[in-house]
Design a protein around this ligand. Structure first.
Ligand code: FES
Length: 124
C-alpha cells in the first residue's frame, strides 16, 4: 500500500484514517463548503473562484499573498466588511459576500495597511 496522500486530502487524513469535518457557508448566496480549518480564500479557490473583490476602478482582486499582508482578498463576512479571506477559516453558516471599492483602512491590528493595492496602484 502507498504512503502517498490521496488527492483531495491535503492533510493526509485519508492516509491516516483520521476523521475530517466539513463546514458549510455561502458566498454571495451560493453554497460554499470546505474541510474545517480551511480559509475562506482557500474554499473559494477550491470552487474555481479566482477573484471576489473589485477595486474602485473595476479591477479584479482575490488571493495574492495568502498571508494577510496585501489586503487584496477582502470580503464581507456576516455583515462585517474588510475581512481578509486568507486569514479567516470558513465557519459553519458563515455568510461571505464579495466586495467592491477600496480596501478598508481598518488593518485588523497588523498596522500593515498602506492604502495601495498589491500591484502598487492607489486603492482609495
Ligand atoms: S491574500 Fe493578501 S491579505 Fe489575503
Amino acid at each position: 500500500m502507498s504512503d502517498i496522500p490521496q488527492a483531495g486530502s491535503p492533510h493526509g487524513s485519508e492516509r491516516t484514517g483520521a476523521a475530517t469535518s466539513r463546514v458549510r457557508g455561502t458566498f454571495d448566496g451560493e453554497p460554499l463548503e470546505a474541510e474545517a480549518g480551511t480559509s475562506v480564500a482557500s474554499a473559494l479557490i477550491a470552487t474555481g473562484t479566482r477573484s471576489w473583490r473589485t477595486t474602485r476602478e473595476g479591477r479584479s482582486r482575490g488571493l495574492f499573498c495568502g498571508i494577510g499582508v496585501c489586503f487584496d482578498c477582502l470580503v464581507e463576512i456576516d455583515g462585517e466588511s474588510g475581512q481578509r479571506a486568507c486569514m479567516i477559516p470558513l465557519g459553519e453558516g458563515m455568510d461571505v459576500r464579495s466586495a467592491s471599492g477600496p480596501r478598508t483602512t481598518h488593518d485588523a491590528g497588523t498596522g500593515t495597511s498602506t492604502g495601495r493595492d498589491a500591484d502598487g496602484t492607489d486603492a482609495a
